[in-house]
Design a protein around this ligand. Structure first.
Ligand code: HEM
Length: 545
């Protein structure tokens, strides 16, 4: 029966679009993430590393495929018009909430809901992501970056004038976690405080280790059914009991910290101690939760239950730092590999800060500084074009419709020609996969040098406007990333400050390797909740002025 339904689904999809083969693993489910670095192979549809290759092979920006298990028709799109259409029709193309259910273990949240529920969550969080919030993000980033540099200076002291080697991702995860926990949640800890691993009174773990342990155990948390927790507590099953209990411990530890933040903030709100600038996100969520407690009928409006408040706190802590840290790690590696581009960022930062990076947040304002760093912003955009934290997004089709796409041919040099518009019919119940990396590697929009790191692509000139619709690192339409401006503000501030203060270069063990080998090693990644760099070591040499 299964074989027959697979055959009839793949025959049906062949009639309407270019058929690229079966999907061995359902592409938006946990097994595809766990096995993603090995299987499917890069030449097959569904591979995380496929980029634009399958589209080029079948000469179409929209490809059909069918999941082997379940015979679900799935359309893959790497087309700017097609993706704009899909993201602009949120009632027809809805999030695959089933896939996110596993992440809703604390309760419902903004990322994992759809329809009216999603609107309610978004309404609560939205007002925090305004220009006042961005100014606060800038201020907090300046503070944290200065603390980071002080820490690097201690390491430098042991090395004399020699460059130091850092694990960029390790450091940047700390930096971005501090920024989101401060700017979003009013937890104004220092980098030094966060180095301590001793649990504070009443806690199971210190804050940072609790967040990293929870992240480290996220797949176990998602994959472990409730009954296994109970069983592993009663019977000692070798390895399984240890892993399951360790996971339970990490999530309990993090929950205690989040509840602490929430109750502290609730008390501040009641006492009227929260200023306008302070952690707007948590303030809005706590106020929505208090509105809910006062009036049960408020559920349809701007309100959040206790579970939803906790779950959103977790979601924002996670979404608000891992994505940025991974993207910044790729940016730092790219700047080490491309010294000419690094030089341009340095010159821009030097012009803004001739006497060095401001050491206090009050000496540097978001409004004044951010517009003066267009090249740094372009370099970050170009980084996440090549390395988008979220590689693909699945949408379930809720009404029969037609998606715009293109057919084309390419020559050996990678030039695209014979572009023809096509309309691809899609049926209710199918899945549409927005292929971010596929779109970002599509030469129709980015030219034959699509694989090159070239920030100039993101700078408008009199005769060129960069193709907005062909860039979806933050998704698009009403369901786009709520933290886009937050991420850009923080990242531009980190990159400009880092390059202004240090010269970044490839690590010593790769200095003699050919450029392509350096690139292969320094830019390799594995699929995870977000695209995760495998190795992020770089050398830093403090600049003399
Ligand atoms: C470079 C950094 C970032 C990238 C590339 C990124 C990318 C994305 C993408 C592609 C989505 C759509 C996901 C989906 O529909 O399932 C998204 C959604 C989201 N992002 Fe980001 N993000 C970044 C930083 C941030 C930051 C800093 C925050 C919070 C401060 C944040 C919070 C969220 C939230 C809450 C959503 C869900 C929005 C909704 O469904 O309405 N992100 N992000």
């Amino acid at each position: 029966e299964k074989i027959l339904s697979f055959r009839s689904a793949s025959n049906a999809i062949r009639v309407t679009t270019s058929y690229a083969g079966p999907l061995w693993l359902a592409p938006f489910r946990v097994p595809a993430l766990l096995l993603g670095r090995w299987f499917p192979f890069p030449s097959q549809i569904g591979s995380w590393y496929a980029k634009f290759t399958p589209y080029q092979k079948y000469k179409s920006t929209c490809l059909g495929s069918v999941t082997l298990w379940g015979a679900e028709p799935t359309l893959w799109i790497a087309d700017a018009d097609g993706i704009k259409f899909v993201t602009g029709e949120p009632t027809v193309f809805q999030k695959d909430v089933e896939a996110y259910k596993a992440l809703n273990f604390y309760g419902d949240n903004l990322v994992g809901t759809e329809g009216a529920d999603w609107k309610r969550h978004r309404k609560v969080a939205n007002p925090a992501f305004n220009e006042t919030g961005n100014a606060f993000v800038w201020m907090e980033t300046v503070r944290v970056v200065n603390e980071w540099f002080s820490q690097l200076a201690v390491t430098q002291a042991d090395h004399g004038a020699e460059p130091i080697t850092i694990d960029a991702m390790h450091d940047l995860v700390q930096v971005t976690l501090l920024v989101i926990s401060s700017a979003g949640f009013g937890r104004r800890a220092s980098l030094q405080d966060d180095l301590s691993t001793a649990p504070p009174p009443g806690h199971l773990m210190a804050f940072r280790p609790a967040v990293s342990a929870a992240l480290h155990r996220l797949f176990t948390k998602v994959l472990t059914p409730e009954w296994l927790y109970t069983l592993a507590e009663r019977i000692n099953i070798p390895v399984v009991s240890y892993v399951v209990q360790d996971t339970q411990h990490a999530y309990e530890a993090l929950k205690l910290h989040m509840l602490d933040l929430i109750s502290l903030f609730r008390a501040w709100v009641i006492e009227g101690k929260v200023s306008n600038m302070d952690a707007g996100l948590l303030r809005n969520m706590v106020e929505a939760n208090m509105a809910m407690q006062e009036d049960d009928s408020a559920h349809s409006n701007k309100s959040l239950t206790d579970d939803e408040l906790l779950s959103n706190t977790f979601t924002f802590l996670l979404a608000g730092h891992e994505t940025s840290a991974h993207s910044l790690s790729f940016a730092v590696a790219l700047l080490a590999l491309y010294p000419d581009i690094q030089r341009k960022i340095f010159e821009e930062a030097l012009q803004l800060w001739p006497d060095g990076v401001p050491t206090s947040a009050s000496a540097s304002s978001y409004k004044e500084s951010m517009p003066k760093l267009p090249y740094t912003l372009a370099a970050f955009h170009e980084t996440i074009r090549l390395f988008p934290a979220i590689v693909r997004l699945a949408k379930v089709v809720h009404a029969d419709t037609v998606i715009p796409a293109h057919r084309f041919t390419t020559n050996a040099q990678g030039d695209v020609s014979d572009i023809q518009e096509i309309s691809v019919p899609v049926k209710t119940g199918s899945t549409v996969m927005i292929d971010m990396l596929g779109l970002h590697m599509n030469p129709m929009y980015w030219g034959r040098d699509v694989a090159e790191f070239k920030p100039e692509r993101f700078l408008d000139t009199e005769s060129y406007r960069w193709p907005r619709d062909a860039f979806v690192a933050f998704s698009a339409g009403p369901r786009n990333c709520i933290g886009q401006r937050f991420a850009l503000t923080e990242s531009v501030c980190v990159l400009a400050s880092l390059v202004r203060t240090y010269e970044i270069s490839v690590p010593a063990d790769l200095q003699a390797a050919p450029f392509e080998e350096q690139k292969r090693i320094m830019l390799s990644w594995v699929p995870g909740i977000t695209m995760t760099p495998r190795k992020s070591f770089v050398r830093l040499q403090r600049r003399s002025s």
